[in-house]
Design a protein around this ligand. Structure first.
Ligand code: LLP
Length: 454
């Protein structure tokens, strides 16, 4: 018997990051894929293609699972932040904030988005290894917390802030913890552009102690992204608590520890990440054990996941266009998007799954390669995908595209960025409009002398 497309096992006690599709995914009576009660094919008819389809229930569930797990496993105060670099837009930030999360931002643009989404500045943490003076000034004015990554951050903030309202800073350092993930998304190893070297901490704490305009509220470290192991996060706790103890020793009064993000998600059946619950319980237990060892009261514990909060909540729908059959070699099915809306395959060799959203029970008879529409041979979304026979006009759905897809999208080849819709209980709302040709040309200027005179 030929197998058909599966949408995975129902949730059970798994968390969304361990599944391929959003929690509300089902195959309806018309044999079509449905997300949030909306048929993927009908959404494309209404809103066009390609289309990012974000399931509100999945995003709310992941936010709630993180929030509740930290409350359950940690006896002290806790705060989950959404690392908005994964997908910074008003709707995603607003949903995270409604679920009680704070927001981690890394630029003036992400800061503005969080603010306009209604996030309280006390819950906004400003990261970045090269914040401009304007960005630091903005952080001071907004009154959010700045994660000091380097001396320039500290020195600039010390000048910008006032003694009556010292700038609240977290000190970020590289914890020297290795983990198994793609080299580009590792951040915790010593050879990293982010954070202070651990050997500099004595000097850093001495400097802050001397500034009346700075207040060190905590210590931060992040080890990397798309991590499937729990041990690195367990090991991180001791390293970070030691740095926290050192800050206290220098006369500072830090109250917070931020352990970063990094939990992986399932992109294909081969991926088997730990649950949000397991990750949270590991982190909480490890921090509590390290505090006990260093005889410290429990600090406020923060984490800042991005991918595992929003990744699984979105699928991207594409329409099949041309086909190229190279007998005995491969068949290419080209779709109307590609590396401009999902740069992860070409950047990190990331592997994705694909489903034919309009014929979910059709037998899987074909092995095809899904190519993008860009002028670049490497613009291939999925190699050797198993699909039913597909024709021009069929709708394909690529799962797990919520994190680092829209946020890293480009206009390569002057292709407009797709729209995004938020789905819930059969209703769909546009959260990001599709770019138009005018949007693409908005910043172009043609100097007088280049205008053709005919
Ligand atoms: N905190 C800090 C300081 C970070 O640098 C990052 C991610 C996070 C939190 C969130 O990590 P997550 O929970 O999402 O793993 N563009 C790459 C991922 C880059 C991650 C950068 N930093 C990708 O598409 O895989």
């Amino acid at each position: 018997m030929v197998s058909t497309q599966s949408i995975g096992t129902p949730m059970g006690n798994r968390s969304p990051n361990q599944q391929l599709l959003p929690l509300t995914a089902k195959i309806n009576s018309r044999d079509r894929l449905e997300i949030g009660g909306c048929e993927v094919t009908a959404l494309v008819e209404q809103f066009g293609s390609p289309l990012y389809i974000l399931d509100e229930e999945t995003l709310q569930t992941t936010c709630g699972q993180y929030r509740d797990a930290f409350k359950r496993y940690y006896a002290g105060e806790s705060q989950v932040l959404y690392a908005s670099k994964a997908w910074s837009c008003l709707a995603v930030c607003a949903i995270a904030a409604q679920e009680g999360l704070g927001i981690d931002v890394v630029s003036a643009g992400e800061l503005l988005t969080a603010q306009l989404a209604g996030v309280n500045p006390d819950k906004i943490y400003f990261h970045g290894n090269n914040k401009s003076c304007e960005e630091l000034q903005g952080a001071v004015e907004v009154g959010c917390i700045t994660v000091a990554d380097n001396w320039r951050d500290l020195e600039t903030l010390a000048k910008l802030a006032a003694s009556e309202t010292p700038a609240r800073v977290m000190v970020r350092f590289t914890p020297g913890i290795e983990c198994h993930t793609h080299d580009y998304i590792k951040t915790g190893q010593l050879d990293s552009k982010f954070g202070f070297d651990p050997n500099e901490l004595d000097e850093v704490f001495t400097f802050i102690r001397q500034q009346t305009t700075l207040s060190c509220i905590g210590i931060h470290a992040h080890i990397g992204s798309q991590i499937f192991e729990l041990q690195p996060h367990y090991d991180l706790a001791d390293v970070i608590v030691k740095a926290f103890a050192k800050a206290t020793h220098y006369g500072l009064a830090p109250t917070e520890i931020n352990i970063g993000g990094g939990l992986g998600i399932r992109y294909t059946e081969a991926d088997d990440p730990p649950s949000i619950e397991a990750w949270a319980s590991t982190a909480c237990t490890a921090v509590a054990a390290a505090c006990k060892k260093h005889k410290l009261p429990l600090p406020k514990l923060l984490c800042e996941p991005g991918r595992s909060l929003v990744g699984t909540a979105c699928v991207t729908a594409y329409t099949v266009g041309s086909q190229k059959v190279i007998p005995g070699v491969r068949t290419y099915l080209a779709v109307d998007g590609g590396m401009s809306d999902n740069p992860r395959p070409i950047t990190y060799q990331s592997v994705y799954r694909v489903l034919a959203a309009g014929k979910m029970s059709a037998p899987l008879t074909e092995t095809v390669t899904i190519a993008g529409k860009h002028c670049e041979s490497g613009d291939v979304l999925i190699k050797d995908a198993t699909l039913p026979k597909c024709e021009t006009g069929d709708i394909l759905a690529v799962p797990a595209t919520g994190a680092y897809n829209y946020s890293m999208a480009s206009n390569y080849n002057r292709v407009p960025k797709p729209a995004a819709v938020l789905v819930r209980n059969g209703e769909a709302n546009i959260i990001i409009q599709r770019e138009t040709d005018q949007d693409l040309l908005r910043h172009d200027r043609l100097p007088e002398r280049l205008r053709t005179q005919e």
